[in-house]
Design a protein around this ligand. Structure first.
Ligand SMILES: [Zn+2]
Length: 113
């Protein structure tokens, strides 16, 4: 078993802490940090879902947060990014906002139509 240096690409020993070719420190934490970025759509979706609890706009804000969160969730599973919890929260809160808007609209119709 062997791994490759992220700096020069040279094959190095699996347990090596420093690359024998270029001298760069082979810290696994650096590699994890680069690949595990927080997904920006998941953050945007979560923030929008919080806004939808304050400004509902007939479920429109909730719908935007739901779409952003679902796309974010797909990107997270494809690219193995962080922010899965945010994306799930954004999806649930966005969905609640749409249901709330639907209930308000149905009640309005029942009262006045
Ligand atoms: Zn190297």
């Amino acid at each position: 078993m062997s791994k490759f240096c992220p700096n020069c690409g040279k094959e190095v020993n699996e347990n090596a802490v420093i690359c024998v070719n270029c001298g760069v420190a082979l810290n696994n934490q650096n590699i994890v940090d680069e690949t595990n970025k927080t997904n920006s759509l998941a953050v945007a979706g979560f923030v929008t879902s919080i806004v939808s609890l304050i400004i509902n706009l007939w479920g429109l804000v909730g719908l935007i947060s739901l779409i952003l969160s679902v796309i974010g969730l797909v990107q997270i599973s494809n690219k193995q990014e962080k922010g899965k919890g945010l994306a799930i929260a954004g999806t649930i809160i966005g969905f609640i906002s749409i249901i709330y808007a639907a209930v308000v609209i149905i009640n309005y119709i029942n009262l006045y139509v």
